[in-house]
Design a protein around this ligand. Structure first.
Ligand code: F6P
Length: 378
C-alpha cells in the first residue's frame, strides 16, 4: 500500500478534521502517502486533490471545526444532475469517470467520511471494485449499525448550552422557551439535549406529538408554581395525523431536489401560546450545531475512527464502515449499512429508501426521559 485518499460528503460535522488528521498521521507513520479530494465527490469527479502531508496537516487540526478538504453536499455521482445549455435537466451515472480517476491516480484505498447517503455511494463503489472504507459522520447520529457518529456529542453540547441559557430568560420572564434543533428524521439530538439540559418537553420525529399533551404538561408545571417551561423540538417533529414542516429545495449542480426542514419550532410555539396563554418564544439553533470546535469526546472518537480506518486499509479489509459498538471500535460490511437499499445509484440521505437509525421506544434515552418526567408529546 503506497497511496490513500480521503473524501468528505454531506453536511459538515465537528470531528471531520480530527478524522482526516488521524488517517493522515497513521498513514505517514507507516510510510504511506495520504491525499484529499477537494469538495468530496465533486473533487473525485474532477480529479481535484491535494497531498495531506502529515506535518502540515496535523498542526492545529484536532480542535478545528469543518473540513480542510471541504465537502460535497448531496453530489450523487451515480445520479448526477446535469443542466444542459437549453436549460433542460438530465441525470447521468458518472461513476465510471470516478473509478478511472482513482485507478489513474494509483490510490490503493478511498476513505469516505459521511452519513447514510455517502456510505450508500461508498457501497456502490465497493461493488464496482473500488477499495473503500467508510467513517460514519453526522451530527444527526442516524447512521445504521453504529452506536454513535462523530459530531453528535458536539451538537448535543451546543444544544445543551442553548437550553441552559434559555432557562434563565424563561424563568425571569415567566415564559415558555422553545428550542428547535437539527437531526433530520431522527430525534437523537433533541432527546440528548433535553435530558442534558433538563428540558420539560422533547418532541421528536419518531413520536408524532399530541399538542394537548404538551399543553397539559406546561399547565401542570404552572399550577405547581413553575411559571416557565423549556420545550425542545426536533426539526423533523410532526403532529399526530399531520406532516413535518418541510419544503423542497434545489441545492445546486450535481444534486437533486432535497427535502429540507423549517418551521417545526415556530409551529409548536404558536400553539403553546394559543392554548396556554403564556408568552412563548422559539429559538432555532440551526448551523451552530454543525460549526465550531469538536468537544473532547468527538476528538477522541474521531481519532479512533480515523486510526482504525487506516489500520483496516493496511490489513486489506475493504468494503466496510468503521463503527462504535458496545463501547468498542469495530467494523461492519457496507452491505449491512445500506440494509435493503440495494439498488446501485446512491440515494438522497434520509429518504424512505435510505437506511437510517431512528430512535426506538425501547432506547434507554427514551426510558430515561420518561423516568425524569420529560413530556414526549404522547
Ligand atoms: O445531516 C446534518 C444536517 O445538519 C441535518 O441535521 C440538517 O437537516 C441538514 O444537515 C441541513 O442540510 P443543509 O446543510 O443542506 O442545509
Amino acid at each position: 500500500m503506497k497511496k490513500v485518499a480521503i473524501l468528505v460528503n454531506g453536511g459538515d460535522a465537528p470531528g471531520l478534521n480530527p478524522v482526516i488528521r488521524a488517517i493522515t498521521k497513521t498513514a505517514e507513520n507507516n510510510g504511506i502517502e495520504c491525499y484529499g479530494f477537494i469538495d468530496g465527490f465533486q473533487g473525485l469527479l474532477d480529479n481535484n486533490y491535494i497531498r495531506l502531508d502529515g506535518q502540515k496537516v496535523s498542526a492545529g487540526l484536532i480542535d478545528k471545526g469543518g473540513s480542510i478538504i471541504g465537502s460535497s453536499l448531496n453530489t450523487i455521482i451515480f445520479h448526477y444532475k446535469v443542466t444542459n445549455p437549453d436549460g433542460s435537466v438530465e441525470y447521468k451515472d458518472l461513476s465510471d469517470k470516478c473509478i478511472q480517476n482513482i485507478k489513474d491516480d494509483g490510490f490503493d484505498c478511498l476513505f469516505t467520511l459521511g452519513g447514510d447517503s455517502t456510505q450508500k455511494s461508498a457501497r456502490d463503489l465497493a461493488i464496482r471494485g473500488v477499495n473503500v472504507i467508510g467513517v460514519p459522520k453526522t451530527i444527526d447520529n442516524d447512521v445504521a449499525c453504529t452506536d454513535i457518529t462523530f459530531g453528535y456529542e458536539t451538537a448535543v453540547a451546543v444544544a445543551t448550552d442553548a437550553i441552559d441559557r434559555l432557562h434563565t430568560t424563561a424563568e425571569t420572564h415567566h415564559r415558555v422557551m422553545v428550542l428547535e434543533v437539527m437531526g433530520r428524521f431522527a430525534g437523537w439530538i433533541a432527546l440528548g439535549a433535553a435530558v442534558a439540559g433538563g428540558a420539560d418537553v422533547a418532541l421528536i420525529p419518531e413520536i408524532p406529538y399530541d399538542i394537548n399533551k404538551v399543553v397539559e404538561a406546561i399547565n401542570k408545571r404552572n399550577n405547581a408554581g413553575k411559571k416557565f417551561s423549556i420545550v425542545v423540538v426536533s426539526e423533523g417533529a410532526m403532529p399526530k395525523n399531520g406532516e413535518a414542516s418541510t419544503y423542497e429545495a434545489n441545492i445546486g449542480e450535481g444534486t437533486g431536489i432535497v427535502t429540507k426542514f423549517a418551521g417545526a419550532g415556530d409551529r409548536v410555539a404558536k400553539e403553546i401560546e394559543k392554548y396556554t396563554g403564556m408568552v412563548t418564544r422559539c429559538t432555532t439553533l440551526g448551523y451552530l450545531q454543525r460549526g465550531g470546535s469538536p468537544v473532547a469526546y468527538d476528538r477522541i472518537l474521531s481519532s479512533k475512527y480515523g486510526a482504525r480506518a487506516m489500520e483496516l486499509a493496511m490489513a486489506g479489509k475493504f468494503g466496510v464502515l468503521t463503527i462504535y459498538k458496545n463501547g468498542k471500535i469495530d467494523d461492519i460490511s457496507l452491505e449491512d449499512v445500506v440494509g435493503n437499499n440495494k439498488k446501485i445509484g446512491a440515494v438522497e440521505g434520509g429518504t424512505k429508501d435510505s437506511n437510517v437509525r431512528l430512535v426506538t421506544m425501547d432506547d434507554e434515552l427514551v426510558k430515561t426521559a420518561r423516568d425524569l418526567g420529560i413530556c414526549l408529546g404522547d
